[in-house]
Write a protein of this length. Structure first.
Length: 350
């Protein structure tokens, strides 16, 4: 779909966007005779998260059925492929955890294909990484040799270049930590595996750990359009807020220098309609604010218009003020500077 690129920015009323997010969060008031969600903004959101996802979380979205069905089929192909190789890893005796889209599709949505995915994110123990790579390599998978979007290469040491099937149709993203440092200090892989749950045939993070992963990934994406799928997941998680141990979220976030990004993620979800009262008792949500945060809220409420793509200066400001603790932001920038001299390849050391 191309609604996002074709609709003039001037036609995007933030109030229409707030209405859409509140409908997704399940907190929009039901009023008889009120029209459905703004069609242009619905299309713009579908461009970001897939038409299947929008149709699943906004039953009155009004998207063409043929478009939704095509999206569901593509999502289903990717989920089935990811599950196949997850099973191959587990059957070979290596503990693995499905994350992000695969995991969200297994517990937050009525059907896995309702959740858009671009690759299969699988978490394995660091000591098993070489064996898992050999296992997949024996089936023809190979690391992609593709340039990164930045001149410094890969900043994260938690995951690597994608592993592609021989025909290029299947993309597996292996992780040895839930996200880039300091995530592993807040939530080690061993802890995630120890408390994992099995849903719909997949081993996935507990609701508490799934929320922390979502907060970290949204912050890593600097709360831009790249995090839109994660934001929807977060709104759906808050509909099951009683299943999340907010005391654990708060204590792990403090321990792992993640308090700021987790609080910002919760504050954003609250502005988009979620009832965040339980989380606010454990996190400094009331201290989140400022013009860069308000810009993030507005970007979401206007469904990320092309004119609103943050430039380098704003991205740095978001990282330092909202997306990471100062020590974490400094470490990431130091790794970027080092990468300018010798770009990080994103390939694991063997």
């Amino acid at each position: 779909m191309t609604g996002d690129m074709s609709e003039p920015d001037a036609n995007r009323d933030p109030e229409d966007g707030v209405d859409i997010w509140r409908r997704i969060a399940g907190t929009a008031p039901r009023v008889e005779g009120v029209s459905g969600p703004h069609p242009g903004l619905v299309m713009a959101l579908a461009d970001r998260v897939t038409a299947a996802t929008v149709a699943a979380v906004l039953p009155d979205a009004g998207l063409p059925q043929a478009t939704v069905r095509q999206s569901q089929l593509l999502n289903r192909f990717r989920h089935v492929a990811g599950r196949r190789w997850y099973a191959a890893i587990v059957d070979a005796g290596f503990p693995a955890l499905a994350m992000k889209g695969l995991a969200s599709g297994a517990w937050l949505y009525a059907a896995p294909q309702d959740r858009g995915v671009s690759d299969a994110d699988l978490l394995v123990r660091r000591q098993d990484l070489g064996s898992v790579i050999d296992l997949l390599g024996g089936q023809g998978f190979a690391f992609a040799e593709q340039p990164t979007r930045s001149r410094w290469g890969f900043v994260s040491e938690a995951s690597f270049q994608p592993l592609l099937s021989p025909d290029g149709a299947v993309n597996i993203d292996l992780h040895v930590a839930g996200d880039a440092a300091p995530f592993d200090a807040a939530l080690p892989t061993a802890d995630m595996l120890a408390t994992a749950q099995v849903r719909d045939g997949l081993t996935i993070p507990s609701p508490t750990h799934a929320f922390m992963l979502s907060a970290s990934h949204a912050a890593r994406d600097l709360f831009t359009a790249d995090a839109a799928k994660t934001v929807i997941d977060g709104l759906l998680m808050f509909q099951q807020a009683d299943r999340i141990d907010w005391s654990e979220v708060g204590s792990r976030a403090r321990k792992g220098r993640m308090l700021r990004p987790v609080a910002v993620f919760v504050a954003l979800l609250g502005r988009l309609g979620a009832d965040v009262s339980q989380a606010a008792g454990e996190l400094p949500v009331d201290r989140v604010g400022g013009r860069f945060f308000e810009r993030i809220v507005r970007d979401h409420c206007t469904m990320f218009p092309p004119s609103g793509v943050p430039g380098t200066g704003e991205r740095l400001a978001r990282q330092w003020l909202l997306g990471a603790a100062p020590s974490v932001a400094l470490r990431r920038d130091a790794r970027r500077i080092a990468g300018l001299i010798r770009p990080h390849s994103g390939l694991p050391g063997r």
